[in-house]
Design a binder for this molecule. Structure first.
Ligand code: SAM
Length: 285
């Protein structure tokens, strides 16, 4: 990097509520020579609110190939830039990856001004495990491709995080329930930080019907979070669990509880419970 080179800042902006921006983000946006924006009309609302008068340059997925060499040349001449997207953290389902990669290749390390991100905001209020998660972004638009991709995620044990918009929320939830199982726990986080913020949680089957039967639930922007596949108990563990439960409960109740605790199928537990009962009767006779 040459000594007079400017800085490239990757700046996170609100995902809805204009107040959700850091002091450093506003200062950075005021101090750079140019702000790279996805959509200047959209950016204006935020920038006017904070009296940011910095000139804007359009930077989006359709012009990034032409823009990158221009930005890199201006950086080398000492100009500073901030990249923002329409909402949240740039590069997260938003443009910017190619710019950061190309900047690194010619010796510039961009600086981050962190802040809101819909996926992280949704995880934090989801009530689903957050110690490990997989961000999947938008699923394919076409049903066959979407369901094929979901099949590849069937055995994923980490919490799954998807983005979706109003047009496909119902279809997308139906595909998730069909392929990953309607009995999985999930959360639909809608319009976070905005007036109609709603966080629905329940089984995927419940969420599908809530979205289908209440039209207001399918308006806006969504993060869908799905609990990972529960690790199944080994058959020895399952047998031990059933044995303990059957000391106190009927075959039916013990097998239902064992299925819930272990993640094994209800039928599998019931069959095993009957076998344990039969073995015990044979020993006793
Ligand atoms: N870069 C953004 C981020 O950091 O989250 C994401 C941009 S992506 C193009 C837009 C998608 O993010 C929306 O379709 C929706 O899935 C999700 N999203 C953005 N804002 C949201 C909000 N306020 N509530 C729920 N989901 C939101």
């Amino acid at each position: 990097m040459n000594s007079k080179a400017g800085n490239l800042y990757i700046v996170a902006t609100p995902i809805g509520n204009l107040a959700d921006i850091s002091y450093r983000a506003v200062e950075t946006l005021k101090s750079v020579d140019k702000i790279l924006v996805e959509d200047s009309r959209h950016a204006r609302t935020l920038l006017d609110h904070y009296q940011v008068r910095t000139p804007l340059k359009s930077y989006h997925e359709h012009n990034e190939v032409q823009m990158i060499p221009k930005v890199l040349a201006a950086l080398s001449e000492g100009q500073s830039f901030a990249l923002i997207s329409d909402a949240g953290t740039p590069l997260v389902s938003d443009p910017g990856f190619k710019l950061v990669r190309e900047a690194q290749l010619v010796g510039y390390q961009p600086l981050v001004v962190p802040g809101p991100c819909a996926a992280i905001a949704a995880l934090s209020v989801s009530g689903l495990p957050t110690d490990r998660f997989v961000f999947e972004g938008f699923l394919p638009a076409k049903t066959a491709a979407r369901e094929a991709h979901l099949e590849s995620l069937q055995d994923e044990i980490r919490t799954l995080v998807f983005y979706e918009g109003k047009h496909r929320i119902a279809a997308c939830l139906q595909s998730i329930a069909k392929v990953l199982g309607a009995q999985r726990r999930a959360v639909v986080a809608r319009e976070l930080t905005k007036k109609f913020e709603t966080v629905l949680n329940g089984l995927l089957s419940d969420l599908v019907s809530l979205i289908e039967t209440q039209p207001d639930n399918s308006k806006g922007e969504f993060v869908i979070l799905v609990e990972g596949q529960q690790q199944k108990a080994s058959s020895a563990d399952l047998e031990r669990l059933l044995g303990l439960l059957m000391r106190e409960l009927s075959v039916k109740k013990a097998s239902q509880l064992a299925a819930n605790i272990s993640g094994a199928g209800k039928n599998e537990c019931y069959e095993l419970a009957l076998k344990i009962q039969q073995d015990a009767e044979e020993v006793a006779s």
